[in-house]
Design a binder for this molecule. Structure first.
Ligand SMILES: C[S@@+](CC[C@H](N)C(=O)[O-])C[C@H]1O[C@@H](n2cnc3c(N)ncnc32)[C@H](O)[C@@H]1O
Length: 257
């Protein structure tokens, strides 16, 4: 009863501030704070200021996997689970996958846990992201997209999956305030039309994948159409467009010819 009385004002404060799932958020904070009131109070202040919940608790859930997310590292989105599921479907057990721009390593963790006998390699340009992914048990290398991957593995991958920054630079100002304020720009800014890293990921995938290997990219808007000529030039055929429950484009699957 005491705990309930204490939780109620916390829930109300979050609800009044517009947080949609205040009950769940308070529950997660309580659990991670081990009931320490001072920690909880500090986290509440930071949360009400818009800081991502996983940066406070240090944890999030991605496709049923518990993933550590350090402060300053991009928080994996549940929308990305669609892309992760498709990557898992295409990865044979005992196969080889590469997660370009892995962030916390959430996708690599999901792939590795779903395909225990597979090897999953990941990369990220950001040192903090690499450290975080490593804490999640991911084999990660720091550098630009596919460049840190050993040359001996070129042409050997069954699956390349990538959630690169793909927000067009001129759209960054329209992202939710808290995203703009807290999440690292290096994780979001996709340059002109959001295509800069998507294009480079396609070219790296052409280097890394075996014939008939699969490339899965997260993207949005009409970026699938814009990417078509690049895919064709790099030797890919578009295999599928990944739509969410609302019919919005969330990604593409392409096959290396
Ligand atoms: C949108 S986040 C996605 C992270 C992760 N895949 C996920 O879904 O949670 C994009 C990531 O790309 C990384 N990044 C940005 N530029 C990069 C580059 N040139 N090469 C590799 N990674 C890069 C960022 O550090 C960030 O972790």
């Amino acid at each position: 009863v005491t705990a309930r009385l204490k939780l109620k004002p916390l829930r109300s404060a979050l609800t009044q501030a517009g947080f949609l799932d205040a009950r769940k958020e308070v529950r997660e904070m309580m659990k991670a704070a081990h009931g320490d009131r001072d920690v909880l109070q500090c986290w509440m202040t930071r949360r009400l200021d818009g800081e991502p919940l996983p940066w406070l608790t240090g944890l999030t859930t991605f496709l049923g996997n518990t993933v550590r997310v350090d402060r300053g590292v991009y928080v994996p989105r549940f929308q990305t689970e669609l892309v992760a599921r498709r990557a898992i479907d295409r990865l044979p057990d005992g196969g080889l996958a590469c997660d370009l721009a892995t962030g916390s390593g959430a996708l690599a963790v999901a792939l590795g846990n779903a395909r225990r006998a597979a090897r999953v390699i990941a990369t990220d340009i950001d040192g903090d992201a690499c450290r975080c992914a490593r804490k999640n048990g991911v084999e990660v290398y720091q550098g630009h997209l596919g460049s840190p991957v050993s040359v001996e593995l070129h042409g050997c991958f069954d699956v390349v999956v990538a959630v690169v920054p793909y927000v067009p630079t001129d759209q960054l100002d329209f992202l939710p305030r808290d995203v703009r304020r807290y999440e690292p720009r290096v994780a979001l800014d996709g340059g002109s039309r959001g295509l800069v890293f998507l294009e480079q990921a396609v070219w790296w995938a052409a280097v890394l994948l075996r014939q008939r290997g699969t490339l899965i990219l997260e993207l949005g808007g009409d970026q699938d159409r814009e990417l078509l000529p690049i895919l064709a030039n790099a030797g890919f055929a578009l295999a599928d467009r990944l739509l969410d429950e609302d019919g919005d484009l969330r990604g593409i699957e392409a096959s290396r010819l």
